[in-house]
Design a protein around this ligand. Structure first.
Ligand code: ADP
Length: 554
């Protein structure tokens, strides 16, 4: 029988588990893994900073609804990905991080880049272990996979010492593991289904909230059918967007403040009542709001607000059960109620307000005009990645999503720096589709090196920088007596020419100050075959409309 190295066994095991691509940054001791992976016929996307590999692997996992991998070197390489592990954990996304590690045989001798990596990963992952015997690698990778994709998904970490990666064994000695089964789709009891629908019938102001747990469980058809059958107003969380197409009836997104505040019963589907949903508490929600909660994680039930009907199970399976019950016992919400009329009026009012801001011809621009120009040109099936404070928040109002798992942003952790890695993953997973990475200038600063990755890997991403010369809404206001002469902590170089970063690597760059320049740049960039970067000057003082509650803007 043939001999295999640890690196080859890692590559074969990942392929067996259905991993399609690996993002990474190579060096000692992981180079042989990247090569073995390519020899398996799989793509290796070499990035410029380990954080991008971590963000890309988790975004690819989510978009594929399976597992994707990141590969990094030991010590600082591995610790550079800990924020990405935290981000995957916070967003309930799987990924497997493979970290090179110091040689076991040189343990306690001060080996190159030695670090307590298994322990460092542990608070941020579902599973963390070290390969100590080359023959057992397939079993470890199977167990890591099982842990990552089952139940509430999350990241896993496998530590790979250099002498295990390089060890060679006879193929017959390896304890191969078969592909892990697809996750079970647990259902709920018939009584729970009935209780949920009966509770719904008693609501006068019902609301469905669709979270990214429904995107992960691929429940798009079932959720669409449910909102269609019941006629209940619905809204999506930032990354739940697209599970139901934005132009489906009863989309209450534009009336978000109004519906959250006045709903008497919320059907919470694969979303948590955390800060993104204002903890389900007043003043953003009604004091005594009733909750029907669907989640795969039993411990999530009742968090922050008591749950009236708990549906603990898989999103797709349980929505199917609700729909079947409604087929046998048809019911829909009256569409002539005051509730629907009030939502429609609010949606119209907001649309008119937004249209006015979006028609501004000012140079430099506010946020709404360029977002409208992007929206008008974006294909329905584009993937939209965005981060940055105002850039992301206002994009949530303007840019619409029509397909599931095609919207990625700073998410549950509000992590800045995720965009470049997410965009790389989006283009790898969706070849031939338009990927737009809209970045605030501060957010882009975390990962401009990945522009080179995109060009080199022939990933034709459209990067758009909203450049307001500062962190958040531009440099923060300073106290009146602030006379230190120091540079404002939130200030960035005014009118920096970020487009030249793209040009440095052979892509096309554009600098736009006026709406006309932006329109021309967008039209031209959408004709290009490669990556492009459009640098858009945004008026530094431009803010989104005043929020009724300041803490929403956090
Ligand atoms: P959002 O950011 O869209 O509000 P969250 O990340 O807060 O969404 O919540 C997603 C929820 O979806 C988590 O509580 C998670 O447990 C749940 N979830 C994950 N997978 C499934 C699944 N297969 N079925 C139902 N719920 C799921």
């Amino acid at each position: 029988m043939a001999e295999l190295s640890g690196a080859q066994i890692v590559a074969k095991s990942l392929a067996t588990q259905g991993v399609e691509e690996m993002f990474g940054l190579v060096g000692v001791p992981v180079v042989p893994i990247s090569i073995a992976w390519q020899q398996e016929g799989k793509p290796f996307i070499g990035v410029r900073h380990e954080q991008a590999a971590g963000y890309a692997a988790q975004a690819a996992s989510y978009m594929r609804t399976h597992l994707s991998a990141a590969l990094v070197v030991s010590g600082p390489g591995m610790t550079n990905v800990i924020s990405a592990l935290g981000n995957a954990q916070a967003n309930c996304w799987p990924m497997i991080l493979l970290g090179g590690a110091a040689n076991i045989t040189l343990s306690q001798m001060g080996d190159f880049q030695d670090a307590p990596q298994v322990e460092a990963a542990r608070p941020f992952v579902k599973w963390s272990d070290q390969a100590r015997d080359v023959r057992l690698i397939p079993r470890l990778i199977a167990q890591a996979t099982r842990s990552a994709i089952n139940g509430r998904p999350g990241p896993v970490y496998l530590d790979l010492p250099g002498d295990i990666i390089d060890a060679v064994v006879d193929e017959s000695e390896v304890q191969w593991a078969p592909r892990v089964e697809e996750p079970q789709r647990p259902m709920v009891s018939q009584e729970s289904v009935e209780s949920a629908i009966e509770a719904l019938k008693t609501a006068s102001n019902p609301l469905v909230i669709v979270g990214k747990g429904m995107a992960w469980s691929k429940a798009e058809q079932e959720v669409q059918e449910f909102v269609d059958k019941t006629g209940i107003p619905w809204l999506a969380t930032p990354m739940g967007a697209g599970v139901v197409p934005a132009d489906a009836p009863n989309n209450a997104a534009a009336a978000r403040t109004h519906v959250l505040k006045n709903a008497d019963l919320v059907v919470l589907l694969g979303a948590r009542l955390n800060w993104i949903l204002h903890f389900g508490k007043p003043p953003r929600f009604k004091e005594d709001v009733r909750i029907i909660q669907l989640d795969i994680e039993p411990a999530e039930i009742g968090t922050n607000v008591p749950t009236e009907v708990a549906l603990v199970g898989d999103g797709k399976a349980v929505m199917g059960q609700l729909n079947s019950y409604l087929d046998e016992n048809p019911w829909s919400f009256e569409d002539s109620t005051e509730w629907i009329a009030s939502i429609n009026a609010e949606v119209e009012r907001k649309a008119a307000e937004q249209a006015e801001w979006a028609s501004s011809n000012e140079s430099p621009m506010n946020y709404y005009r360029p977002l409208k120009e992007i929206q008008d040109r974006m294909p329905r099936d584009a993937v939209f990645v965005t981060e940055g404070e105002n850039t992301m928040a206002i994009a949530r109002q303007v840019i619409q999503s029509y397909e599931p798992r095609k919207r990625l942003d700073a998410g549950t952790w509000g992590t800045m720096g995720v965009g470049p890695g997410f965009a790389l993953a989006a283009q790898v997973v969706n070849p031939g589709k338009r990927v737009i990475a809209l970045e605030g200038d501060a957010a882009f600063g975390f990962g401009p090196g990945e522009v080179e990755t995109a060009v080199r890997q022939k990933l034709p991403i459209t990067w758009i920088i909203f450049n307001n010369n500062g962190i958040g809404g531009g440099a923060p206001e300073l106290p009146e007596d602030y006379e230190t002469g120091a540079i404002n902590p939130g200030q960035l170089t005014p009118m920096a020419h970020y487009e030249k970063i793209m040009e440095a690597f052979g892509g096309k760059g554009y600098y736009c100050r006026s709406p006309e320049e932006l329109e021309a740049a967008l039209d031209d960039s959408f004709q290009q075959e490669g990556s492009t970067l459009i640098n858009v000057e945004i008026a530094p003082g431009a803010q989104r409309r005043q929020q009724q509650f300041r803490w929403l803007q956090r």
